[in-house]
Structures are given as structure tokens and as C-alpha cells.
Design a binder for this molecule. Sequence first.
Ligand SMILES: [Zn+2]
Length: 73
Amino acid sequence: MGDLHSEIENLEAFEPVWNRKCEVCGEKPVVRATELCGPCTWGEADTANGAWWGDDDANRLATLRAKAQESGR
Ligand SMILES: [Zn+2]
């Protein structure tokens, strides 16, 4: 189980948070772990607007969370 939970935590660290603004430039969304937008976190313009986070990541996180719930918190 430990692996499952650490995998969820690792993914959640990168989940975009849309109700916060980047402390540096005011853009949304921010990376949960840094509370900064993609470009301010990684210095790469193509990570703007949550582009670092894809449907694959969202689906993977949803799947892992469902598994964790099944296995009984
Ligand atoms: Zn920023």
C-alpha cells in the first residue's frame, strides 16, 4: 500500500490548482507543490496554463485514488 500512497502524493504535488494565483506573476493555475505557475516553477514558457498536466495524469490520479479508497483508507 505504501507504494500506492506515495505514488498518489507524487502526482498530487504536480496537480494544477486553479483557484490560486502564482505569487510571482499572478497566472493560474499553480503547481500544488510550489504554489507557482508552470513557467515560474520550471522556467519554461510552454508549461503555461496548466500544460504540464495532461488528461493522462488526471486519469492516472483518479484511478489511483479510487484504488486507495477500495483498499480501505
Ligand atoms: Zn508565475
